[in-house]
Design a protein around this ligand. Sequence first.
Ligand code: SF4
Ligand code: SF4
Length: 156
Amino acid sequence: MKEKLVPLKDHRFECQMCGECCRNRWVPLTLGDVLRLGEIKPIEEFLLIWNGKKLVIDRRKWDNGCIFLEDNRCEIHGIKPLICRLYPIALSEFPILEENIPYYLKNGKKVYLYIDENCKGVGKGKKIDIEKLLKLCETVLQEIKETSIEKLMDIV
Ligand code: SF4
Ligand code: SF4
């Protein structure tokens, strides 16, 4: 599924369970994600090291879907990777479009939030809770900072 990012404003969102965001893309993992998923599945059964530097979830061959996708539902919903919890929001520490809206984390850090208009759930359901979203963004940035292949090798 190709992304169409626009700056996040007062968008609504409710997942329509189409499963499209779980196919044809590499899902990046933080070290925290790997450890959480490692509690339910052996790491070698889901983890790929992409391009020698990125931790990602393996995909199955027949539909290029994430190995945790089952009948268009995420079978690890409660512990799904942080990037999947964020989607259809995309987080960046730098502006990436012509129009960009800054948001501020509790520690004063400026971030930019975008939403993927190609997700079928955008425009449906309740307004996105920005405060909750910013808390999740803090966790995402913190875990990204703590992630490296070297640290993974020390642990596994
Ligand atoms: S987040 Fe969007 S693309 Fe992904 S399953 Fe839900 S509606 Fe479909
Ligand atoms: S972990 Fe779950 S939400 Fe994330 S891509 Fe896989 S099936 Fe989809």
